[in-house]
Write a protein that binds this ligand. Structure first.
Ligand SMILES: Cc1cc2nc3c(=O)[nH]c(=O)nc-3n(C[C@H](O)[C@H](O)[C@H](O)COP(=O)(O)O)c2cc1C
Length: 320
């Protein structure tokens, strides 16, 4: 059994956190990750309602397993109701990402909730430490969804020099060997998103899951084009990593022109509503090539854990 400060803190049997992924990670996915011994999280965006938060949190809460919620800080200025609904749902962990976690740490701690924050630069990490964040998540640019520009391994190593608090690795982890590598590098756990994108418990549709299973790791792009098309006000420092498609081939890097082209922007909005993978964004990271089968998230977590144990045992044999 792999034990780290993260497993001890949240009483887990494996140091795997199911990433909060808005549009994919609802209560069923979170529950399935937690059933595998990890910590499942629910992703909340500015398009969600407080009722969504309450309903989805009730699903893992019913099985008494620990679960978490991930909020996007930049959306909360206009949507304090999402924060309030999250606190009321009493998750074990709330991730405050994509913005300054400072104002939220005190209220979460007062409610007995641990705080995580994804960090993309050393400056982000220093700010999270100063704010009193409990678990830092070094998110590499390999990650699916919105992310920064730095690669995971150097970022992780640097963040580890800055703090004694648990640091979790996010971005590109989809095998037990990859998980073992992060633990050997000093991470207290892994934060896994893309590896769960073809799971039966996800909120994403069958067409998106099929596209994920077919894609290779060479087919992602870190782009603002989809956000510009959908009129979502993501701060420019966090573009999104998605699968390359017909739309991104034309518009990635031409976001200023896209602002002027209503017909092109409409393609993405319509693609989103019809589920057309040629124009709708499918957010996924560079590990997507390793996701080839539709499986339960509980199985994904168990397999990652069993393979990581083997890899760590093999690594120990390298000594002497
Ligand atoms: C489809 C998708 C949606 C995501 N949505 C969110 C989100 O709502 N909040 C968040 O903090 N991170 C979000 N992320 C980023 C994840 O938390 C995490 O950093 C990432 O999935 C880790 O890298 P990996 O995808 O290579 O495992 C999302 C990622 C994906 C793939």
């Amino acid at each position: 059994m792999i034990r780290t400060p993260l497993t001890r803190w949240f009483d887990l049997t494996t140091p795997v956190i199911g990433a909060p992924m808005a549009g994919v990670a609802g209560g069923e996915l979170a529950r399935a990750v937690s059933a595998g011994g990890g910590l499942g999280m629910i992703g909340v965006s500015g398009r969600h309602t407080p009722e969504f938060v309450t309903e989805q949190c009730a699903i893992p809460a019913a099985s008494q397993d620990p679960f978490g919620v991930g909020l996007m800080i930049w959306t909360l200025a206009d949507r304090p109701d999402l924060f309030d609904a999250t606190v009321a749902a009493q998750p074990s962990l709330v991730s405050m990402s994509f913005g300054d976690p400072g104002p939220y740490v005190g209220p979460l701690h007062d409610a007995g909730i641990a705080v995580a924050a994804q960090v993309n630069t050393l400056a982000d990490a220093a700010r999270a430490v100063d704010a009193g964040v409990d678990v830092l998540v070094a998110q590499g640019t390999e990650a699916g969804g919105h992310t920064g520009q730095r690669a995971l391994l150097p970022l992780l190593q640097e963040v580890l020099t800055l703090t004694d608090r648990p640091v979790v690795a996010a971005g590109g982890i989809a095998t037990g060997a990859g998980m073992a590598a992060m633990l050997a590098a000093g991470a207290a756990g892994v934060w896994v998103g893309t590896a769960l994108l073809a799971c039966t418990e996800g909120l994403n549709g069958a067409a998106a899951r099929e596209r994920v299973r077919a894609a290779t790791g060479d087919e992602t792009v870190l782009t603002r084009a989809f956000d510009v098309a959908e009129g979502i006000d993501w701060p420019v420092r966090w573009p999104g990593r998605a699968l390359v498609n017909d739309f991104s081939r034309v518009w990635h890097g031409r976001e200023d022109d896209l602002v002027q082209d209503e017909a092109a922007r409409r393609l993405v909005v319509e693609g989103r509503s019809t589920g057309d993978p040629a124009t709708a964004p499918i957010y996924a990271g560079e590990a997507v090539g390793l996701v080839t089968a539709e499986r339960s998230a509980t199985d994904v977590v168990r397999q990652l854990t069993a393979d990581a144990e083997k890899a760590l045992a093999a690594a120990a044999k390298l000594l002497g």
